[in-house]
Design a protein around this ligand. Structure first.
Ligand code: NAD
Length: 370
């Protein structure tokens, strides 16, 4: 089997603790499923700043560009609060996303049956939830020009941002959503504000046009929804959705809302993907949705599951190991079913375990599958 390179960027706070558990899982797959995954590890964020004076060296960036997948745990923490803006740990993330051209951000919101009570919604609304938000990540109002704060007459000031999208940018992210829906439940909902924004109208028209022009998507049911209504529907009846595709701004908010439907930050993975380059390669980065959790760093109590599920996403979307990805998702569910919980998801009557005990329990379940 050809070797595949995975770059591990553990970063700061709980990053190294949760990455250690992923390394166990990767080792298991290499030993027992002969996946030939070659890992290398580098510094990022505050850890890189301390060592190199920058949160991301060019050498690490090039390595990331050259990898089959990057797994990043988390960056940041109070230690670097006074560092100048351009050197802050979080700048590493933005630079990686920008240079790797990661335009599609995939955020699943899955409710694990065993954690149904962690949600603030009623169990019948949330039980069995499995939706995927595809957020455009490199365009829209966060990047549009002109932007800035200007002085105007009478000592007043004006803040400007520009919401701008081209047809190409809309079509490429819509294509990602349609392709994913083909592998899932054949339903795409596109969210925009076409009632009040021209860029929103273009969004709606281009998504529809791509759908109408593509025979391969005929089995998919496409609908359009105003982003504010979608925000409401997500808490009213989230199970009506399968894949949701939306722009950078609405995606930022809707994906956080969808994630919190499940109630547990330590469980949520994410993926960011580029377009195919001329060699047919897609660049990708996989991260848990949570941050570096400095309040619990070094205590051995962090939940490694979001990180491990991020690796499961990498197996599926970058490494072409669908079966292995399904297996990993399955054993995580089994461990939860057995009642094992890290502190963040602990409930009465369950067994509290440490970060490494959770990793070991996942490995033990994998061993049962040989
Ligand atoms: P956070 O996600 O780090 O933590 C929020 C709360 O959730 C904390 O109480 C934390 O203990 C808990 N938590 C988070 N992940 C957990 C896990 N795996 N297991 C158990 N508990 C967990 O968010 P924050 O406190 O706002 O930010 C802390 C630092 O992380 C900041 O410097 C921020 O900039 C950075 N951050 C980084 C990323 C990233 O690297 N992608 C994302 C968000 C925040």
């Amino acid at each position: 089997m050809p070797k595949k390179n995975i770059l591990l960027l553990a970063g700061d706070g709980i990053g190294p603790e949760i990455m250690a558990e992923v390394k166990k899982v990767i080792d298991w797959f290499n030993t027992n499923k002969k996946l030939s995954l070659e890992i290398s590890e580098e510094l990022v964020g505050g850890a890189s700043f301390d060592e190199n004076g920058t949160p991301l060296t060019d050498q690490v960036l090039f390595k990331a560009m050259d990898s089959n997948a990057v797994l990043l745990a988390a960056v940041g923490g109070p230690k670097w609060d006074d560092v100048e803006f351009s050197k802050k740990p979080e700048r590493a993330l933005l630079r990686l996303r920008k240079e790797m051209r990661l335009f599609a951000n995939l955020r699943p919101a899955i409710c694990f049956e065993e954690l149904v009570s962690a949600s603030t919604l009623k169990p019948e609304i949330i039980s069995g939830l499995d939706i995927l938000i595809v957020r455009e990540l490199t365009g829209g109002i966060y990047f549009g020009e002109p932007r800035g704060i200007e002085h105007i007459e009478n000592g007043d000031r004006k803040g400007i941002n520009t919401h701008v999208y081209t047809s190409k940018e809309i079509r490429r992210v819509a294509k990602v959503a349609f392709d994913l829906a083909l592998k899932r439940n054949l339903k795409v909902t596109s969210a925009d504000k076409s009632n009040v924004m021209e860029a929103g109208l273009l969004w709606k028209e281009e998504v529809q046009k791509l759908y109408d022009d593509s025979k391969e998507y005929k089995s998919i049911e496409l609908s359009h929804m105003l982003a504010d209504n979608l925000a409401m529907q997500l808490v009213r009846n989230p199970k009506q959705f399968d894949v949701i595709v939306t722009d950078n701004l609405f995606g930022d908010m809707l994906s956080d809302e969808a994630a919190m439907l499940t109630g547990s930050l330590g469980m949520l993975p994410s993926a960011s993907l580029s377009e195919k380059d001329k060699h047919g390669r897609i660049r990708s980065m996989y991260e848990p949705c949570h941050g570096s959790a400095p309040d619990i760093a070094g205590k051995g109590i962090a939940n490694p599951i979001a990180m491990i599920l991020s690796f499961a996403m990498a197996l599926k979307y970058s490494l072409d190991f669908d079966e292995e990805s399904d297996l990993l998702n399955e054993v995580v569910k089994e461990v939860l079913k057995d009642g094992l919980r890290t502190a963040d998801i602990m409930e009465k009557g369950k067994q509290q375990v440490s970060t490494s005990e959770m990793g070991d329990a996942i490995i033990a379940k994998l061993n049962n599958k040989i």
